[in-house]
Design a binder for this molecule. Sequence first.
Ligand code: AP5
Ligand code: MG
Length: 219
Amino acid sequence: MAGLGLILLGAPGSGKGTQAARLAGAYALQHLSTGDLLRDEVRRGTPLGKEAKGFMDAGGLVPDALILGMVRARLEEGGEKGFLLDGFPRTLGQAEALEGMLDGLGRKLDHALFLDVPEDELVARLALRRSCPGCGRVYHLKVSPPAADGLCDACGQGLIQRLDDTEAVVRERLKVYAASTHPLVEHYEKRKLLRHIIALGGIETIQVQLRAILGEPGA
Ligand code: AP5
Ligand code: MG
């Protein structure tokens, strides 16, 4: 039987990556973060990375033509494994394209998990975020700091501040989210797939709420 099909929906800084890493381990899901995949393409200097970089650094969206091929290839590789989409879809066009891809693969969506966080909290979280350029693990200098100052617990690489986490770019990302991505909440509400989570409070508290929706792993 095919595994769960999940979308994590939410603004920049709402905790998609943080929660996805925990859910993917517990439910044996393929974690597909389009942001992480794009950053990897940029780091490797691929043609896709070179095209995407300018949009990302400015806080805008990377064109669908680049995103959709990348996602389709990863979903095909995943086979029957459950999937957890983080940062995709981000527009109504991407949501419609996803429906077509899943139909073609004989797969379906079970839940669109919406992490709802007020804007002032998003800005505060992103200012103190640090990320591992090697494995993508995410930290927060106060809430979830690394064990050794400035180094990733998982792979030992030096942590960085993402280029798009400067205040001006964060403001632009929030604007783009409100205009292009937030309408997906209504889209999935209409399809009865939306699960609304008030994602304030500790990381583990939010994880418990998500697991209550998904049920016990393996059940
Ligand atoms: P992407 O990487 O997807 O960025 P994003 O959506 O802006 O989201 P973030 O990764 O910034 O936040 P998050 O929700 O994952 O939060 P996190 O868990 O890190 O996309 C980057 C760019 O790529 C886009 O701007 C665009 O250019 C391009 N792109 C990507 N996908 C695309 C697509 N589909 N189409 C077009 N373009 C695309 O948490 C944030 C911080 O808060 C961390 O420090 C964390 O430790 C902390 N934190 C987490 N939970 C809590 C909590 N409960 N309490 C306190 N702190 C917390
Ligand atoms: Mg993320």
